[in-house]
Write a protein that binds this ligand. Structure first.
Ligand code: PA5
Length: 454
């Protein structure tokens, strides 16, 4: 079992940011609360207890993994492109993992280096149905022109406007190309029994996968919602599930002999991170900034922002989840982070063994000021930037936390996904809200429906 994920508090006693961290007495109380939330979650008696299927997805995936892998092989033979139509929890997870793992290749799918050179594996994946932009859909249709494609439409409810509209357009395009055989190019991922999409899939005989009824959208990446597109892209979804399973086992493990609540908290990255988030929120912080130094992980930040934003932003409370990609954003938001209002804290997403990248050659006398770096690879320079940023922000009064994985590979991403999901659930329960509903997102839909009425 790989156990690479670690959670640490970088801010230490005596640093300007330390005042926001819990003292010993406060840590005991927080640990007690976090353990109560963990118990309520595992005993399935918390708010939203009907939506705890995600806890077991790394194991439940056995029910459909063979079908997912077999579909991925079929798709390699059938099409050059796969359009994934979905929004929110129905696409952000797959996009996050795909962006983190795909090297840029001729077809955009994953590329592997073998003796023959770089080879694409699986169809190129596109995401649609996550906005209502005509220009974006036009652009996608242009890119599909002259190429074969299939559509994986993903919607638990089956009635989400953005997804349904894009799917209608793409389906029309398939009908134009294939007539009655268009149905062979559609894969539906939706509720196993209910909803408009399930009814259409049954009526038209589409290949289909279930979204477990007890798994909400933003907790669904390890279900067929994420696994179908990721397997189609040629990623190792088994390793992704293994990483998630190892994180789940760590969270479920009980101490062998009784330990103080605070010690249990400090030994458990999920509880520790969740408790600190809530402590920082209660002590006046309003924003959590997720920072990473690998641009490929920026999309994981998008997934993380939805997970925490939709789960905790309720009843006038909740940390605003902001994400930054460094060092790029140090040249746009760095000033604010270092010197703006101290209403935020920062969580660094750290990869212990990133790709080393090219080595800087000696300069031959150029005056670019880089001669002292000659012989270093980019990862070493990036590491110094990361360490320097953490130290500077901490000194500027920003509490700094860090979540690390050994590698940003399938296994490491699986660990991160399950870690953030569990931490989000514990943290929201400590905040006193149901982590699994999203009553607030209905308001814009009602207004939009009113304006579109004819
Ligand atoms: O997390 C959620 O539940 C939401 O983000 C949904 O995933 C999103 O609204 C899409 O819903 P659906 O899958 O029903 O189309």
């Amino acid at each position: 079992m790989s156990e690479s994920l670690r959670f640490e508090v970088f801010t230490s006693e005596g640093s300007p940011a330390a005042a926001a961290l819990p003292g010993d007495g406060e840590l005991d109380a927080l640990a007690g609360e976090a353990l109560v939330a963990r118990g309520a979650l595992l005993e399935r008696r918390c708010a939203g207890a009907d939506f705890l299927g995600w806890l077991d997805l790394p194991l439940a995936a056995e029910d459909w993994i063979e079908d997912v892998l077999s579909l991925s092989l079929d798709l390699v033979a059938e099409v050059d492109h796969l359009v994934v139509a979905g929004i929110g929890g129905s696409y952000l997870g797959a996009r996050a993992v795909l962006k983190a793992l795909s090297a840029p290749g001729p077809r955009g799918g994953r590329v592997v280096l073998d003796q023959a050179g770089w080879e694409p594996v699986g169809p190129e994946i596109h995401f649609a149905g996550h906005d209502l932009s005509g220009a974006a859909l036009d652009d996608l249709l242009r890119r599909l022109h002259g190429n074969t494609f299939a559509v994986n439409v993903i919607s638990k409810s089956g009635t989400t406007l953005e997804t349904a509209a894009a799917f209608r357009v793409l389906r029309e395009e398939l009908v134009k190309r294939h007539g009655t055989e268009a149905d062979d190019y559609i894969i539906a991922t939706t509720d196993p029994d209910r909803g408009a999409l399930r009814a259409m899939a049954r009526a038209r005989g589409w290949r289909s996968f279930p979204i477990p009824p007890d798994v909400g959208g933003r907790f669904s990446v390890l279900s067929p919602v994420g696994l179908v597109p990721l397997a189609a892209a040629g990623l190792d979804v088994t390793a992704l599930l293994d990483g998630a399973r190892s994180m789940r086992e760590r969270f479920l493990a009980e101490p062998e002999s009784p330990v103080a609540a605070a010690a249990q908290l400090l030994a458990d990255p999920v509880l520790h991170y969740a408790a600190l988030r809530q402590h920082l929120r209660r002590s006046g912080k309003a924003v959590e900034v997720l920072a990473c130094f690998e641009p490929a992980l920026a999309a994981l930040g998008d997934w993380w922002a939805q997970l925490f934003g939709e789960s905790e932003g309720k009843g006038g409370q909740g940390l605003f989840p902001a994400r930054v990609a460094y060092t790029t954003d140090l040249h746009s938001l760095g000033q604010y982070l270092q010197d703006g209002p101290r209403h935020l804290f920062e969580t660094f997403l750290h990869v212990e063994h990133p790709a080393p990248g090219p080595i800087l050659a000696a300069g031959g006398g150029e005056r670019d000021g880089l001669d002292n770096l000659a012989g270093m690879n980019l990862a070493e320079i990036n590491r110094a930037a990361e360490r320097g940023t953490m130290t500077a922000h901490d000194a500027g009064g920003v509490p700094v936390l860090r979540v690390s994985v050994a590698r940003a590979d399938e296994s490491g991403l699986g660990e991160l996904i399950w870690f953030f999901e569990a931490a989000c659930a514990v943290s929201a329960l400590m905040q006193g809200v149901n982590p699994f509903d999203q009553p607030g997102v209905e308001a814009y839909k009602a207004e939009m429906r009113r304006l579109l009425e004819r």
